[in-house]
Structures are given as C-alpha cells and as structure tokens.
Design a protein around this ligand. Structure first.
Ligand code: HEC
Ligand code: HEC
Length: 302
C-alpha cells in the first residue's frame, strides 16, 4: 500500500481526502487528552467497585446484600438519614429551649419566634385550618363552623400571645342563653335593630334586659367571658337584623335550646392531640398573623 501524504503539507493521511483540502490525518490526539481517557477508564472501575452499579430487578443494588452494593456501602437512604440528622441537631437546640419558655418569652426572642412560626404553619394547616381557614382568614358562615377569623385584631377572648395559648390549650366556649322566652318579639326586634347599627345602647332594653351584664355597659364585650363586642359591626354570626334576632332568641351554646348557635373551640390538651411545645408554637404563629396584641400595659402608678 502506498503512503498517503497530503500534497501541500506532506503530513500522513488515512487516504481520505475530500475536495483536495479536507483530509483525515493520522496524527495522535494530544497527550493531555490521552491521559484523561486513561484516568476515566480507571475511574469507571473504582466507581463500579465502590458504588452500587448493577440494578437487579426491583431491588436494584440500593439494598446492600442484593446485587452489587459496592464496597463503600453507599445508599440513597443512608445519605438521606445523614442529612436528616444534621437537621435534627439544629432543631434539637431550639426544641430544648422551648420546653421551659412561656409563649411571651418565645415571641420576644427574634430567632426563636422565626423558628416556631415555620413549624407553626404546618401544625396550623393540620389542626386548625379546617375550622379557621388557611392563615386564619376564617371560613364562610355557610359551613356553620363559626370559628372566628384569627388574622384581624378583633378578639373574643383576647389577643395577647398568652391568651391565645389559653384558647388553644383549654378550649373556648362562650355562653349566651336563649332569650326567646324572656323577651317578646317587639323587644327582640328593637334590640336587634340597635345592635345591627353598631349602637346597642341606643335602646334602654339593652340595660333593662341584662345584656350589659355580659356585654358591658358600653356593649363592647368582655374578654374574660368571650362576649362579643357589639359596637364594632364585626360579626361572629350574622350582621343582618334577621340574623341578630336569631342570635338573641336562641343564644349561643345554650344547652337548653336545640336551635342555639354552636361555636366550640376544642380543648387541645384534653384531646391529647398536641404537646405543650406545639401549642406554644401555634400561639406564636397565630399572634404573628398580625392581629396579636402586646400585653396590656401595667396600670400607671397613682
Ligand atoms: C372544630 C373547629 C375548630 C378547630 C379545629 C379549632 N378551632 Fe379555634 N375556635 C373555634 C371556635 C368555634 C372558636 C370560638 C369559640 C367561641 O366562640 O366560644 C374558636 C376560637 C379560637 C381562638 C380565640 C379567638 C378569639 O377571638 O379570642 C383561638 C386563638 C383559636 N380558636 C385558635 C385555634 C388554633 C390555633 C387551632 C388549632 C390548634 C384551633 N383554633 C382549632 C373552632 C375551632
Ligand atoms: C350570659 C352572658 C350574656 C348575656 C346575658 C347576653 N349575651 Fe350576647 N353573647 C354572649 C357571648 C359569650 C357571646 C359570644 C359567643 C361566642 O361568640 O362564642 C354573645 C354574642 C352575642 C351576639 C353575636 C354577635 C356577633 O358578632 O354575631 C349578639 C348579637 C348578642 N350576643 C346580643 C345580646 C343581646 C342583645 C343581649 C341582651 C338581650 C345579650 N346578648 C345578652 C353572652 C351574653
């Protein structure tokens, strides 16, 4: 076979020449490239021995003992567990502190309150959102749950972080007796009219019929018993005169009236569903919806 040479450069070619200019030369690839090729060939063997390489049926080689687990015994599960441990170490540091801290102290600690709000979000979705709506926006009256909105600053039982904790830990159940037998239709109508205007004291009946005993002389409610503020036009149940007549006639959580309005906040301690730490996390999380109130200021010295 005759030597194939490029006519211009004199370099050896394989004999494949196109259009006189384009030729297939026999030059060796550069040395660095050959070394790279050799190293990767060796790496294939090392990798093959150290890591699971041959998937067998459904188990693959990820299960040690079946197939080729690799001398390094690496598995995706082990790697995940190691990562999980790192996360747990960080969390453990926080969780330990939370045990002995009051909700207000957790809230005051910026780092801790960030941390609990994140886990609080998950707890809230799992335990509370069904009644209170995602992010505490409330549910529609049609659902009949009457769980109050938690992201506004209107509180039945109080919006300090400790009061919120109380609501969760001990449950809440405001009680207003039905008035259908103690008031006649005219009186109920007059009261409902005044209340619907956000001006409950406009009728003397409000005092005469004892509403003040629970809702206060100004009708603004008392948090100790969760009696709604009737002067703010924010409604727990209904704001129409008809709806308010119904509330007055049948009361709230009155065991003696079958048609009473029902609004019960479950007691999460008794239900055993949440630990004290989880309830603290939730209290801080709910507080941070934006409606939370700083503790009442200490009365000024006289
Ligand atoms: C079964 C429905 C239901 C579930 C579940 C529920 N709540 Fe309630 N919650 C209520 C009702 C109803 C009230 C109002 C009780 C009343 O009017 O007496 C309430 C009241 C509250 C209050 C007091 C609000 C105020 O204005 O003072 C807070 C705070 C609260 N819930 C937080 C939570 C948190 C946090 C969870 C989850 C751990 C939760 N709730 C789960 C129904 C529910
Ligand atoms: C025994 C105490 C008590 C008395 C007396 C009482 N209430 Fe109430 N009332 C409550 C409580 C507690 C609530 C809130 C219940 C809840 O949300 O769980 C309430 C809620 C209401 C509501 C619902 C407000 C809303 O936002 O939907 C109206 C309206 C109302 N009361 C009007 C009256 C009127 C009018 C009288 C006088 C005839 C009266 N109440 C007497 C305790 C009382």
């Amino acid at each position: 076979m005759s030597e194939n040479r490029n006519a211009d450069s004199g370099e050896t070619t394989t004999g494949h020449v196109w259009d006189d200019d384009l030729a297939d030369y026999t030059n060796q690839p550069p040395r660095w490239w050959m070394i790279g090729l050799a190293v990767s060939a060796i790496w294939v063997v090392v990798y093959f021995v150290m890591y699971p390489s041959i998937p067998i049926a459904t188990s693959g080689t990820f299960t040690p003992g079946i197939g080729l687990p690799g001398s390094g015994q690496w598995t995706a599960i082990k790697e995940m567990e190691a990562d999980q441990k790192d996360v747990d170490d960080v969390r453990g540091k926080f969780e330990k502190k939370l045990k002995d801290m009051a909700p207000a102290a957790i809230l005051a600690d910026k780092e801790l309150s960030e941390y609990v709000s994140r886990s609080g979000k998950v707890l809230f979705s799992d335990n509370c959102a069904a009644c209170h709506g995602q992010n505490g926006i409330g549910t529609t009256d049609k659902q009949g749950l009457f769980a109050p909105i938690l992201n506004d600053d209107d509180w039945l039982f109080g919006g300090t972080v400790d009061q919120i904790y109380e609501s969760i830990a001990n449950g809440r159940q405001g009680m207003m007796m039905a008035h259908k037998s103690s008031l006649n239709d005219e009186e109920i109508k007059a009261l409902a009219g005044a209340v619907s205007q956000g001006n409950p004291t406009a009728t003397p009946l409000f005092t005469e019929k004892g509403c003040v005993g629970c809702h206060g002389a100004d009708g603004k409610g008392m948090q100790a018993m969760g009696s709604a503020n009737l002067a703010d036009k924010v409604w727990r149940f209904a704001g129409t005169p008809e709806g308010i007549k119904y509330t007055i006639a049948h009361g709230v959580n009155d065991p003696g009236d079958k048609e009473t309005r029902v609004a019960i906040m479950p007691n999460f301690t008794a239900a055993g569903k949440l630990s004290a730490v989880e309830m603290k996390k939730l209290a801080v999380y709910v507080f941070r919806f934006g409606g939370g109130k700083a503790a009442d200021p200490a009365p000024a010295a006289q």
